[in-house]
Design a protein around this ligand. Structure first.
Ligand SMILES: Nc1ncnc2c1ncn2[C@@H]1O[C@H](COP(=O)(O)OP(=O)(O)OP(=O)(O)O)[C@@H](O)[C@H]1O
Length: 285
């Protein structure tokens, strides 16, 4: 269980204290990072101009968990994962990857991570095979191992027939899959995947779920952000619901959802259901 949950499990986490001026003051209840966790975030803050995207966010991802991060649009999921993986420097707070302070020792921490960022451009003038190979060589792997794994990954992602197609000519789903293959080639201990199933067809999604489940069964840790509650409920063993840059609830999926579906729990915590008023003009009959 992550430290955000109360003794009852998936109860809402105490809201991080918003200081009157929204300064990056550490939370008074601050607990030290969990150095045994796959990922331990403490007091993360990120601002974009006047907008506070992430506000004193704490999260612990246990080793060997399949962790879902869910939240409404603009909740701060991508910003959090970007800070947690070394892509975006936090304004405040710390990130520990299995006990290593990521922002103090980025090379050591990042070597153990595989990352599928959201919206980051790939070297799309390479073929799929070249891109995955390049990712392996960049990680310092030898050519024979890279060639062997690249082949296996392309088969697993159902991309073998398009191994020699330029990535720029891939569909959105194919691009997602080749980026995922590139994130996995060095057999990282932790995979952090931002919306890995977006635009991916159902058969490929099921194949990817199997690959990730095997990876977790073998001791790996997966963190995925997703909007698809049903998928998270079926696939993940832990979940954090994020809203307005804070963790609203976190723990095992059963703890967080209680006797509700995860989707109902999500709507309860996040709110925001609106009645479509003023759209009468859309009715055609
Ligand atoms: N580079 C940026 N510049 C300015 N504002 C940003 C930037 N990146 C994110 N934001 C803002 O920070 C907030 C959190 O954005 P973020 O992308 O982290 O949300 P998200 O939970 O991943 O959303 P979604 O589910 O829609 O992908 C949003 O209000 C967004 O507009």
């Amino acid at each position: 269980m992550t430290h955000q949950t109360g003794p009852e499990g998936g109860t809402p986490a105490a809201p991080a204290p918003a200081t009157p001026s929204d300064t990056m003051a550490p939370a008074p209840h601050a607990t030290p990072p969990d150095l045994g966790a796959a990922l331990s975030l403490r007091g993360l803050w990120k601002r974009f101009g006047d907008k506070v995207a992430v506000r004193a966010l704490d999260l612990d991802v246990p080793v060997g968990s399949f962790y879902g991060l869910v939240g409404p649009n603009g909740a701060g999921k991508t910003t959090t994962l970007s800070m947690a993986t070394g892509l975006l420097r936090p304004d405040g707070g710390t990130v520990h990857v299995r006990g290593t302070d990521l922002w103090a020792h980025p090379d050591a921490a990042k070597a153990t991570l595989g990352i599928l960022p959201d919206g980051v451009r790939l070297f799309d003038r390479l073929t799929g095979l070249q891109l995955v190979t390049y990712a392996g060589l960049l990680r310092g792997m030898d050519r024979d191992t890279v060639a062997e794994r690249a082949h296996s990954l392309l088969v697993a992602m159902d991309l073998a027939a398009d191994a020699h197609t330029y990535v720029v000519d891939y569909s959105a789903g194919m691009t997602k899959k080749i980026a995922l293959a590139s994130a996995m080639i060095h057999a990282p201990r932790t995979l952090v995947l931002d919306e890995p199933f977006e635009a991916v067809d159902p058969v490929s999604a099921a194949n990817i779920r199997d690959i990730l489940a095997d990876y977790v069964a073998g001791g790996g840790t997966v963190v995925v952000s997703s909007h698809v509650m049903d998928l998270v409920q079926r696939m993940c063993d832990h979940v954090a619901i994020v809203g307005a840059g804070q963790v609203l609830a976190a723990g095992t999926v059963d703890e967080v959802r209680g006797d509700q579906t995860l989707e109902d729990r999500f709507v309860d915590l996040v709110g925001g259901r609106t009645r479509a008023e003023g759209l009468e003009w859309l009715r055609t009959s």
